[in-house]
Design a protein around this ligand. Structure first.
Ligand SMILES: [Mn+2]
Length: 245
């Protein structure tokens, strides 16, 4: 059986990324795909890009990877931009939108957020119609291939696996900024790569505790703006945009 680790949403959090890569190597998994959002939110975007380039055989583009290289008026975004050099920006600009592969008789599609755009957000609790839309072919995914049986994505920082209408939707969760529980998250897919006949296939969701204090100290020492909401997110996994309930 072949195994691929699928990681996403690193967001410049190096202690979390190190912990995840260590655990993947302990599992003797050598193939790693990344579903985007390497940069921004956390302090070390540049290092995250370098480590992902080194560790991952395939990386698709996230929404942060897209807008962090564009001109902005926002001071916080300018700070994150300033961490990157030209090489980092052209690497992010060149990332592909999605990746299809066949595994154990299933067509698997991986992208950051949705087949419609990097910015269309689909939560695990959204309507069935919206979740079924994740399996559509679009100009961005390519129209020629059959629709996928399995879709894996990142973006919402919520790890889950759901089966419905004979299809499987999963989210890897986030390495560096999880919003479900405060441990780094990733997925492992296991099956026979390239096999067209149905065969056993599994999706495993893994959580890895990491040194959150170290992550906070790095951000503080680098004088990252909006430190308080960042600290709240990585220590409690509560999204900064949530209204009080
Ligand atoms: Mn993200």
């Amino acid at each position: 059986m072949d195994k691929i680790a699928v990681i996403s949403d690193i967001h410049g959090n190096i202690p979390a990324l190190e912990a995840v890569l260590e655990q993947i190597s302990r599992q003797n998994i050598s193939r790693i795909f990344c579903l985007g959002d390497l940069a921004g939110k956390g302090p070390e975007s540049k290092k995250a890009i370098a480590m992902i380039q080194e560790a991952c055989e395939l990386t698709v583009k996230g929404n942060w990877d897209d807008f962090i290289i564009k001109e902005t008026e926002f001071e916080t975004l300018k700070w994150h931009q300033a961490q990157l050099d030209e090489g980092d920006c052209s690497y992010l600009a060149g990332l592909p939108f999605s990746k299809d592969l066949v595994m154990s008789g299933r067509r698997i599609r991986l992208f950051h957020a949705s087949p419609y755009s990097l910015y269309t957000r689909v939560q695990p609790w959204d309507s069935l119609e919206k979740r079924l839309g994740m399996f559509e072919n679009t100009e961005l995914t390519g129209m020629d291939e059959p629709q996928p049986d399995v879709v894996g994505y990142g973006d919402v920082h919520q790890a889950f696996v759901q089966h419905f209408h004979g299809k499987t939707l999963f989210n890897t969760g986030s390495v560096g900024n999880p919003l479900d529980l405060p441990q780094a998250s990733y997925a492992v897919i296991e099956g026979e790569i390239g096999m067209k006949e149905k065969a056993p296939f599994s999706i495993q969701l893994a959580r890895v505790p990491y040194d959150i204090e170290r992550a906070i100290n790095i951000a503080r020492e680098m004088k990252m703006p909006e430190l308080a909401p960042y600290v709240q997110e990585i220590t409690t996994s509560r999204y900064r945009g949530l209204k009080e309930q």
